[in-house]
Design a protein around this ligand. Structure first.
Ligand code: ANZ
Ligand code: ZN
Length: 870
């Protein structure tokens, strides 16, 4: 292997090299240092008992190891957080920057179905490829902490955590999850006997079975969470989603809805991330109102955000699939059954989005039943219409056509009564949203907010309604009828109901099956494995059956950041000591596409573990202190990279041609970190030239034999260069902390140009290398060792800048009042106008001329004159 430089007696060849600019020889250098770092454990995080240093935990979302390998978009965030964690390490922090694999998922399963091979085979191959690629990037991950969600040593804990959810209920009075054993059983339930008690407990658990209408993809044969079926379109295949009723495991994330909103105040997330989370949770304040019905004993409950408009409710609308409709069809209350059933069938075929748009208002009145408006005792008709969704609020609305647009259109079409109950006085908008209540008896004259409160008080007093907060957030469907997921560690016994496995029986391994195909009945392939399914009940020993659903793809990623803290622990998912030291995560980077699902799920999961004391209280209630988001790298010309467009840039090719340091540096230089940026061959060549320049600059400095004997305080470079160096140390440091990587790189380019051809002392040259090191770790490591160091540059201290050496040049600005010079002020060259003005106004002589006068006009000629007209 060729050495980068040589301090031995120069041969004629060396002299030649010294005068001819070289290309940065990345092929020799980069693999060498990658191996060296691995052998020396350069990026290994120390366990808390091995260090006194403060920690820094940087995290990037771990990838799903797909068959395609990494995309040039992946290393953008890996490199960004790599740079930040490298700087923290140089600042003396004990850094944890880990990587792993979120490896359960559909592609591996589809591969298994197609090839009749175990999905783990495919997964292992992809993981190896991803790892090879990531190592090429030179990212400083601590590979000794690598995790894989499909590893039984990992999913054992995912299963254990599921059992803890099952073993918990949510105490709303204290707002924490508690062991189910602490749940108070009401007396009337107690007296009903054991089964009633069990059902009561089961109804309160945080993991519970529930019959729900689920989104069913007929093509993938899989139940989807609401968030995977947005707009009625399957997230996986893009096909239409149907509704099906199925018994599924659910996690009660809704119990945490308020805390998931409120605790956002404690964390530093991008504002758009907070907004998306808040909107997804969708908190609405209003009231639950109970309407009596004629010809039926049933009441109709509605959720409304506008209880103040109750006097204007002239009809009601149920979602076609509402349970009351089925009940009334069955008991014969409904007299136009045929028409009603036809409408139900038709609406099943529409997606949620189509239903909400409901361009042509459709609906059918339920003949044979009327509702009674509790405010004025008027009988009002009851309809079904698909603009009312079954899974929001109570699935029923009180229609107030005067103040709700959709109700208005519906009422117009079907000639239903419209009563105006809010008047804002404007004649252009007689149907106001908010304003003063009218035609509303005891509410008349009140503004909306007061009217709402008064109505709610009235409802509560008369026992016909109550204040109610409603959320868009649904409980988390935690069942999949697929093979390649964590088996749910539950057994159903006819005597004991749902029983969790004992700890000693974990992990419950995913058994080998012959056929990976889901069944047409919707059950997972595990259901066909009689031997596996039939077990003895862990409590009573009777014949029982295992759960055959597996966990959803989001399970393993909901707590992986905890496992990195202590990945090899076999006694617990992570020791309290490790958690106390490492948690919370200092910086978490990931895609905006994970804001509403993964981020919400993992915050919920963490809060639950925190409530139950499995995460020490000192870690705090939030897992991530800071959340940032990277943007996309687009194809050349700004179009999204995609296989079909043939514009996908493969990182392997880029590294082969330019090396890792150029690749890393280019990805940081490509544009502001939070903005999408197009890949550019021209751009990467510019960065390549820059690193060649750095290489030659370094070579010259090192060639200078004197450098070796110059001590740190020796010959100083010119003061201009020195100022620029210190300014650069400051700017690069601040830019890294603020994630302005592109401007840090430009500043390094400016400095490199300035240094080229200059004689620099060793100390300054080393400072230069050290601030470059996070961006170009290989090149700088090579030079660092050539300078005689034996330790890694990545463990050398981050250089400090000298504030005295970076003072910007000062200029004098004349201050005029009404055209006459009255004074002058000294300001920095790039001083902001507002600051110059403040200093000018404070100048004692100027102040005399301004006092007691009104400034009519201010003109600033940058760097020259500040002129006031009074
Ligand atoms: C009466 C009313 C009068 C309403 C008025 C609005 C305006 P957000 O803010 O999104 O929570 N609603 C309730 N459940 C529904 C369902 N399942 N499908 C469709 N619409 C439903 O919206 C709450 C409002 O959405 C509720 O308040 C209800 O209409 C409607 F001038 O009740 B409102
Ligand atoms: Zn049993």
């Amino acid at each position: 292997m060729r050495r980068g430089f040589s301090f031995t007696t120069p041969s004629s060849r060396d002299i030649l090299i010294a005068v001819m600019p070289e290309k940065y020889p990345f092929k020799d250098i980069e693999p060498k240092w990658q191996q060296w770092w691995e052998a020396h454990g350069t990026y290994r995080a120390k366990d808390p008992d091995q260090t006194e240093a403060a920690k820094y935990y940087g995290l990037v979302e771990f990838p799903y190891p797909s068959g395609e390998g990494l995309h040039v978009g992946h290393p953008r965030s890996y490199t960004a957080i790599d740079i930040m964690t490298r700087k923290k390490r140089m600042e003396g922090r004990n850094v944890l920057y880990p990587m792993g694999w979120d490896a359960f998922g559909l592609p591996a399963e589809n591969f298994a179905i197609k090839n009749k091979k175990h999905p783990s085979e495919f997964t292992a191959k992809n993981v190896a490829n991803f790892k090879r690629q990531i190592k090429l990037f030179g990212t400083g991950f601590d590979w000794t902490r690598e995790i894989n969600t499909t590893d039984p040593g990992y999913y054992r804990w995912t299963q254990w955590m599921f059992i803890q959810f099952f073993d918990s209920w949510y105490d709303e009075t204290t707002n924490v999850a508690r062991p189910i054993a602490t749940l108070h059983i009401p007396e009337d339930i107690e007296t009903k006997g054991e089964i009633a008690v069990r059902e009561y407990r089961d109804s309160k658990r945080l993991a519970f079975k529930s019959k729900t209408t689920i989104n069913w993809c007929p093509k993938d044969k899989i139940g989807l969470a609401n968030e995977e079926a947005v707009g009625g379109i399957c997230d996986r295949c893009g096909g239409p989603v149907e509704k099906r009723v199925k018994e599924q495991w659910m996690l009660r994330i809704t119990a945490y809805a308020d805390r998931l909103i409120d605790d956002l105040a404690q964390v530093d997330y991008l504002e758009k991330i907070k907004t998306q989370q808040i909107n997804w949770i969708g908190r609405s304040e209003g009231a639950l109102i109970k309407f009596q019905t004629t010809n039926s004993k049933s009441q109709i409950h509605v959720f409304t955000t506008r209880p103040d408009t109750l006097f204007g409710a002239t009809y009601m609308v149920l979602a076609p699939e509402h349970q009351l409709v089925a009940q009334w069809l069955e008991d014969g209350t409904i007299t136009n059954a045929k028409e009603v059933k036809a409408y139900q069938t038709a609406s099943k075929k529409k997606t949620d989005i189509e239903r909400q748009e409901n361009k042509k208002k459709t609906g059918v009145q339920l003949k044979g039943v009327m509702a009674v408006n509790p405010a004025n005792e008027k009988e009002i008709p009851v309809w079904i219409a698909d603009y009312v969704l079954p899974d929001y609020g109570t699935g029923v609305i009180m229609a107030v056509p005067a103040h709700d647009e959709r109700d208005f259109e519906f009422a117009k079409k079907f000639e239903l009564e419209i009563i105006n109950v809010v008047q804002d006085g404007g004649k252009d908008n007689p149907f106001a949203g908010e304003g003063t209540a009218v035609n509303s008896d005891f509410l008349d004259g009140l503004e909306t907010k007061k009217a709402k409160d008064k109505m709610i008080a009235w409802l509560e007093k008369n026992n016909i309604g109550e204040r109610k907060i409603n959320f868009k957030l649904r409980d988390w469907v935690f069942s999949r009828q697929r093979y390649w997921g964590e088996p749910i560690p539950m057994v159903h016994c006819d005597h004991c109901g749902w029983v969790p496995l004992n700890d000693k029986d974990l992990p419950l391994l995913l058994p080998d099956v012959e056929n990976y195909e889901p069944t047409d009945t919707g059950d997972s392939p595990l259901a066909a494995m009689t031997d596996w399914v039939e077990v003895k009940c862990p409590i009573c020993g009777a014949e029982a059956r295992r759960e055959t659903d597996t966990m959803p793809g989001w399970a393993g990623s909901s707590w992986y950041f905890l496992r990195y803290c202590d990945p090899k622990n076999t006694e617990t998912f992570a020791s309290p000591e490790a958690l106390k030291y490492w948690m919370p995560v200092d910086l978490y980077n990931g895609g905006m596409e994970h804001t509403t699902l993964h981020l919400l799920y993992s915050r919920f999961w963490y809060k639950f573990l925190f409530d139950r004391g499995f995460v020490p209280a000192s870690c705090g209630p939030e897992p991530y202190k800071v959340r940032r988001s990277h943007a996309m790298i687009l194809g050349e010309g700004g179009i999204k990279m995609s296989k079909s467009k043939g514009n996908v840039v493969n990182p392997d090719d880029v590294i082969d041609e330019y090396g890792s340091d150029v690749f890393r540096m280019y990805e940081m230089f490509i544009g502001p970190y939070d903005a999408d940026a197009p890949w550019s061959t021209h751009g990467i060549q510019g960065v390549k030239r820059f690193l060649d320049k750095v290489w030659n600059l370094g070579k010259e400095q090192i060639k200078n034999e004197e450098l070796r004997i110059k001590n740190a305080g020796g010959l100083a470079a010119s003061s201009d260069v020195e100022r620029l160096l210190h300014q650069t140390i400051k700017k690069v440091g601040e830019d890294i902390d603020g994630m302005h990587f592109n401007t840090a790189v430009s500043q390094l380019m400016i400095l490199t140009n300035e240094l080229t051809g200059q004689e620099i002392n060793k100390r300054d040259f080393e400072s230069y290398l050290r601030i470059l090191a996070p961006f170009a770790p290989h090149l700088t490591e090579e030079m660092w060792h050539e300078l005689g160091h034996e330790d890694s540059i990545h463990q050398a201290p981050w250089p400090a800048y000298d504030p005295d050496k970076i003072v910007a040049d000062v200029i004098t600005v004349a201050v005029q009042v009404n055209g006459k010079v009255r004074g002058q002020v000294q300001v920095a060259v790039d001083e902001q106008e507002s600051s110059v003005r403040a200093q000018a106004e404070a100048e004692p002589n100027v102040k005399k001329y301004l006092e007691g006068k009104t400034i009519k006009k201010v003109i600033y000629v940058k760097g020259k004159i500040m002129s006031f007209v009074v």
